[in-house]
Design a protein around this ligand. Structure first.
Ligand SMILES: [Zn+2]
Ligand SMILES: [Zn+2]
Length: 241
């Protein structure tokens, strides 16, 4: 099982991702990690015992299940899901039997059987619970890159490069602001403001060129400003591996 986040040992790698990212560098890095993991899953991970156990305990979330299911190799899910569904049937059977067996006066679900059936799908504690392996990886990958990026900004090594990048999306900006020094907060917020103002200009420009009086003017970056705006505001999770 390698649901790890590897390959970012030094500042040079952080820099490389930062300078080539076409949108939020944290989203960008995690999208690359996720792509690798999808490929890895189908190469050899899908029949490994730890993976099947993890799936039996939490399952994929519906977004990532859909993503896995549309892979050309999705038929390989036959193997893990045979085990996962066997286990599921066994747990359903246990709960069903207990409900049938008990006296009529009792109501409510039997917590032991109920938690065996769904227990691990529920948050055990909000900071650390079993969840979809891809959601889990996504979260860890974000944190991995963000932590190193902030370290580089706090030490002053990445400021110039960061200011030339597309900057963090709103989701990662929120996470970053909780983790860095005031000096870095000023950099992050300054960059965010500058980027938002640029995109706003493009959005206005797009609307202006929709007007029949200006519609023959050459088209530019304003044509895809909506996309930049959405990626910047909502984050950008790429789902086509
Ligand atoms: Zn982001
Ligand atoms: Zn997920």
């Amino acid at each position: 099982m390698h649901w790890g986040v590897k390959g970012l040992g030094n500042i040079e790698e952080i820099k490389a991702y930062l300078s080539e990212a076409p949108y939020c560098p944290v989203c960008y890095y995690t999208n690359i990690i996720m792509d690798k993991q999808y490929r890895w899953l189908f190469r050899q991970n899908y029949h490994s015992e730890p993976f099947i156990n993890q799936l039996s305990e939490g399952g994929f979330c519906s977004v990532h299940s859909w993503q896995v299911g549309k892979s050309p190799q999705a038929y390989d899910m036959t193997y893990p899901y045979s085990t996962v569904l066997n286990n599921y049937a066994y747990q359903i059977y246990g709960l069903l039997n207990e409900i049938k067996r008990r006296t009529k006066k009792k109501t409510g679900l039997l917590s032991y059987f109920y938690s065996r059936l769904f227990g691990n799908r529920q948050p055990k504690d909000k900071s650390n619970f079993l969840q979809c392996p891809f959601c889990d990886l996504q979260k860890r990958s974000d944190l991995y890159y963000l932590t190193r990026l902030l370290r580089g900004l706090d030490s002053g090594k990445l400021i110039k490069l960061y200011n030339n990048s597309p900057g963090l999306c709103r989701i990662h900006l929120y996470q970053a602001l909780k983790k860095c020094s005031d000096k870095t907060r000023v950099i992050l917020l300054g960059k965010a403001l500058e980027t938002v103002e640029e995109v706003l200009k493009d959005l206005e420009e797009y609307k202006r060129k929709r007007d029949y009086r200006y519609k023959d003017e050459p088209k530019g970056s304003e044509q895809t400003a909506w996309q930049t705006a959405m990626q910047m505001y909502d984050g950008y999770r790429k789902y086509d591996s």
